[in-house]
Design a protein around this ligand. Structure first.
Ligand code: FEO
Ligand code: CA
Ligand code: CA
Length: 631
């Protein structure tokens, strides 16, 4: 997400832990010079001219457009807009009950902890479909709550303990069975597979960090067991059919009871500061009801969050597993690729200004039907370094190079990546693999401090390589091909698929790359997913002011891109003040499920129910009116 009530998560971090403006002027100038040659390559986007030696998938170069829809215009309407011939229906909204003993949403009270425990969580995000025994199971993240909406009826009173618990229980993950009937797609109430996984659900800590002293608390002196997951952003699926929920801005829920009027009186461990943990939370108040979130009382609890959580959606009694081997950072999503030979490779972004892009490679190989537990416990983490000449390398986060033991690498992963000199990125969001080529795409959503401020670890953020613009408010999508098509190779070749921008306002690099025009322009690419036809779907979580630098771009939206020709078309526009996030398809590929998160986060939407209704995050089902395939 980018907007959280009045401030974005990054803005909260910045306000609580301001960074020094220490980028050396010479560094910026040097970076700008090296950018000159590079931008020529970027602006020539549209094919693989800049990926030296890369070959196109046979038959993939289309003579004509591969899009089956007409592009729609930008919009500021408080509705979901689609091309002619397509329609959208609501599948499930925040607070819709999943069990018959639950209660329908009450707009007067806006629910209680008890009703929320039996209902769909707030702020839908990453999601995946799991066909199982003829059923359709959906696993979906409920990233966070808009306090101005869930507590919007509280006036000056503020939330009481039950309402704080309600907020807590609106976080986590929902597993729900869906069925298609006369009224379209909907929830199967009381399905034995329906499940809420919340910040209170028992979980196992696995991998190198499990059992380390930094993971131990009074409630868990073994450091192997924890409770719950929150701020789950993007998602992933494993080759063996489990769901991956990725913990992102976990830090904003912790506070210190030692904080006084002047929060600076409280000394914060530098290792926690690197992750933005502060004496003040972002307004959730969880430490008021649970000492786990009070770092004065439970200083190690933040070390037990920031991981990828593996969940088996087909077993409602399974204990979710936090996979510490995949590192601790502000995880966006986890894109699993099976390399030839069977090793599991997982690409992951750390979504914060100036943080890094990661790769995990399993030691073992995957064989269908065999025990897979080891594959996300024993392996190696790498961080990416990009060179301005279009090549890059994966830097192993080894004990030798980092000077840290394996458990510490998995807990203090950002510090490990800083120590090897990884490239500071413009907020890596979703990573997705092209099904037709050994090629990976990553959305770099924006970074207005590029070239201005270092990251939290003090690493400089010069404008160069795949992050070529200072004060980058628009974002870009980088893609790379591993050397020899081997996802375990040390090297890769990269280029930018698109530089977002506004050609109606700017005439320089801020206009965007050649595949951006006044008809399809957007800002802040975030969610990415390929469909089975090999089209790249792009979801945005950016500025929706429709003014100034963003004039003409309207509300957040979803576009489709052709990876071969570079063409990009706008397919969907969301309602006011939402982000469009989370994307998956029904097993028959006739429905595309899309997430509409935080409509009306600033008080200006009544979607989806209209009138004077409280806005509610929801999943929609997009279909063609002729019932044909959709991706
Ligand atoms: Fe939750 Fe990086 O978006
Ligand atoms: Ca985002
Ligand atoms: Ca996101």
């Amino acid at each position: 997400m980018s907007q959280q009530d009045e401030m974005s998560f990054d803005d909260f971090d910045e306000a609580l832990n301001p960074r020094a403006e220490t980028c050396d002027f010479d560094d910026v100038v040097e970076a700008a010079l090296s950018r000159r040659g590079f931008v020529g390559g970027v602006l020539a986007v549209g094919g693989f001219a800049t990926l030296g030696g890369a070959t196109l998938p046979s038959g993939a170069r289309a003579e004509t457009s591969r899009f089956a829809f007409e592009q729609i215009g930008a919009s500021t309407a408080d509705t979901v807009t689609l091309p002619p011939g397509y329609k959208a229906e609501i599948v499930v909204r925040w607070a819709d009950p999943l069990w018959s003993e639950g209660a329908e949403f009450n707009p007067e009270t806006r629910g209680t902890a008890a009703t929320q425990a039996l209902a769909f969580g707030d702020n839908t995000d990453g999601m995946e479909i799991f066909p199982h025994d003829g059923r359709v199971l959906l696993a979906v993240n409920n990233e966070y709550t808009n306090r101005s909406i869930i507590w919007g009826n509280r006036g000056d009173e503020g939330p009481n303990a039950d309402e704080i618990e309600k907020s807590l229980l609106a976080h986590g993950v929902t597993v729900v069975e869906l069925a298609h009937g006369d009224n379209g797609w909907g929830v199967v109430t009381d399905s034995p597979f329906n499940r809420r996984i919340t910040p209170r659900t028992e979980m196992a800590l696995t991998g190198p960090a499990a059992g380390h002293d930094l993971m131990k608390t009074d409630a868990d002196p073994t450091g192997t067991k924890t409770w719950g997951t929150w701020n789950n952003c993007g998602s992933g699926t494993t080759p063996w059919g489990t769901y991956l929920a990725c913990e992102e801005n976990f830090n904003g829920y912790f506070s210190s009871s030692e904080a006084t009027e002047d929060r600076k009186d409280v000394e914060i461990d530098p290792a926690l500061k690197r992750y933005g943990v502060s004496a003040k939370d972002w307004g959730y108040g969880w430490a008021r009801i649970d000492d786990r979130f009070d770092i004065a009382k439970t200083p190690n609890e933040p070390n037990r969050a920031g991981y990828v959580v593996e969940i088996d959606p087909t077993d409602p009694n399974s204990v979710p597993k936090k996979r510490t081997a995949l590192g601790r950072f502000k995880h966006e999503n986890a894109e699993c690729v099976l390399n030839s030979g069977g090793r599991l490779v997982i690409y992951m972004g750390d979504d914060e200004r100036g943080e890094f892009l990661y790769r995990y490679v399993s030691n073992g190989v995957y064989a269908p039907g065999t025990d897979t537990d080891d594959l996300m416990e024993n392996g190696t983490l790498y961080a990416a370094r990009f060179h301005a000449n279009g090549t890059g390398e994966w830097l192993e986060l080894s004990e030798e190079v980092t000077g840290m033991i394996k458990a510490e690498i998995c807990i203090h992963t950002r510090q490990a990546a800083s120590s090897v000199g990884a490239t500071t990125m413009d907020r890596p969001e979703w990573v997705t693999a092209n099904p037709n080529a050994p090629e990976i795409y990553c959305a770099l959503t924006n970074n207005r401090y590029r070239g201005i401020k270092p990251n939290k670890g003090g690493d400089l953020t010069p404008a160069d390589g795949p992050n070529p613009r200072v004060q980058n408010n628009y974002g870009q999508i980088v893609r790379w091909r591993p050397d020899s098509g081997d996802h375990t190779a040390a090297g890769f070749a990269w280029d930018l698929y698109v530089l977002a921008g506004n050609p109606a306002v700017h005439g320089d690099a801020y206009a965007g790359s050649e595949n951006v025009n006044v008809g399809n322009m957007f800002n802040s690419p975030d969610g990415l997913a390929f469909d089975s036809n090999g089209l790249l779907w792009i979801q945005t979580d950016g500025r929706y002011s429709d003014e100034g630098d963003f004039e003409g771009q309207g509300n957040n939206q979803m576009l489709a891109g052709d990876p071969v020709t570079g063409e990009i078309r706008r397919f969907l526009v969301g309602p006011k003040e939402c982000e469009v996030t989370g994307l998956c398809w029904s097993p028959d590929r006739r429905t595309m499920f899309v997430g509409i998160q935080h409509p009306g986060e600033r008080g200006n939407s009544h979607w989806p129910d209209g009138g004077a209704a409280v806005p509610r995050s929801a999943i929609i089902a997009v279909t063609r009116e002729d019932g044909d395939l959709l991706g």
